[in-house]
Ligand binder design. Structure first.
Ligand SMILES: Cc1cc2nc3c(=O)[nH]c(=O)nc-3n(C[C@H](O)[C@H](O)[C@H](O)COP(=O)(O)OP(=O)(O)OC[C@H]3O[C@@H](n4cnc5c(N)ncnc54)[C@H](O)[C@@H]3O)c2cc1C
Length: 340
């Protein structure tokens, strides 16, 4: 294993910001992972596992070891008349995994086509799109538990998946490095009713074939209208969380803004659309400090020419302040900030 030194974090994260990582190592086996953690701990350094860096923003330097998990595997474990179960290495590129499963005629992840990043990152925030999420197909995962120094197998219940959340996002329960995920796919295609924007696309194009291949062909076209192509534009996808507010707050806002989109959430709360709030606050396409609100989707921030994490912090604070001024709501950042 090669420990590279002083590597720009902009090359490891899709927002393409940040300073230098003190050390970076690529691991391709569980044994490498143990050695890498030991390397960091012997030097009293923190370590951080990175996949494709599409849900992490780097602001400054990282003084520890970045571990790039590139453990590959793609193995059919079982098959019966209705399902097939695959074990997939954490270091497999997620969209290639989807492609291979779709080619095998299997359903369960086809609507999650085009999500950037690696397979091992999908359980972290229970990734999902267009009506599918990883919790629907995950049977178990294998992870190195750094607190016990042992390989463990976790069930979906252990992972405590909820909407874009799991135990892996909680700092207190976050001591697992995922090595592989096991997914059970179905031989029966998705059936309507579909997620609204997917249904709209199928209706508009008069498509009645719901095969995994057809859904996989439709999804990138829908995504392209709302999300930047990372090959051309730096971004961390949705940059602001959709705020959850108390019912009384939502009712008061609805009195002032009757058209405001809102959805009921558990605990007598409502979920609001951060993108709508940003748009209504007059920030559509807002650009400053080298960053821009993506014109096709106000939830997304793109990095046009920002030079530093400071630029991002300034941009974010301006957007947050304008939205707070108008709606009294403080938007929160969705992607994780790499600690320093
Ligand atoms: C343009 C764009 C579109 C997106 N669309 C979607 C979408 O439709 N749906 C959706 O849910 N998300 C979406 N995302 C968010 C992101 O792609 C997903 O969260 C993805 O799973 C992150 O993968 P990654 O490999 O880049 O993870 P990273 O950003 O590298 O890491 C994310 C987190 O996972 C941890 N991690 C990574 N690998 C491991 C491992 N093996 N073991 C333990 N922890 C690990 C990291 O430490 C970090 O906390 C989008 C992002 C972008 C930029």
């Amino acid at each position: 294993m090669q420990y590279l030194e002083n590597i720009p974090l902009s090359t490891l994260t899709t927002m393409r910001l940040g300073g230098l990582a003190r050390y970076v190592v690529k691991i391709t086996a569980t044994e490498d992972l143990k050695q890498a953690i030991q390397f960091a701990e012997e030097r009293g350094l923190p370590w951080f596992v990175l996949g494709g860096g599409s849900n992490v923003v780097a602001l400054g330097d990282y003084r520890g070891l970045i571990i790039l998990n590139r453990i590959t595997a793609f193995k059919k474990l079982r098959e019966d008349s209705d399902t097939a179960t695959y074990q997939i290495g954490a270091g497999e590129v997620w969209d290639s995994v989807v492609e291979r499963l779709v080619q095998a005629g299997l359903s369960g992840v086809e609507a999650m086509s085009g999500i950037p990043g690696f397979a091992g990152s999908t359980p972290i925030q229970n990734v999902g799109a267009y009506g599918q999420e990883i919790a629907d197909t995950l049977v178990e995962l294998s992870a190195f538990d750094s607190s016990s120094q042992r390989l463990v197998t976790l069930s979906p219940d252990d992972c405590a998946f909820t909407y874009r959340n799991s135990i892996f996002k909680n700092p207190e329960t976050r001591h697992h490095v995922i090595v592989s995920i096991t997914l059970r796919l179905s031989k029966i295609p998705m059936q309507p009713p579909f997620y609204p924007s997917l249904q709209q696309y199928l209706t508009d194009h008069q498509l009645t074939d719901y095969s995994p291949a057809q859904i996989r062909a439709a999804v990138p076209a829908i995504r392209a209208e709302r999300l930047p192509d990372l090959n051309y534009l730096a971004s961390a996808g949705s940059f602001f969380k959709n705020p959850i507010v108390q019912a009384s707050v939502a009712y008061e806002l609805l009195r002032r803004f009757p058209d405001m989109p809102h959805w009921e959430a558990p605990g007598q709360q409502f979920k609001l659309a951060a993108g709508w709030l940003i748009d209504q606050a007059g920030l559509r396409s807002y650009s400053a400090h080298g960053l821009q609100i993506y014109p096709h989707n106000a939830l997304v921030v793109t990095n046009i020419s920002a030079q530093s994490g400071e630029d991002l912090l300034l941009f974010k604070s301006e957007v947050v302040a304008v939205v707070r001024e108008m709606f009294g709501i403080t938007l929160e950042q969705e992607p994780e900030t790499l600690p320093s």
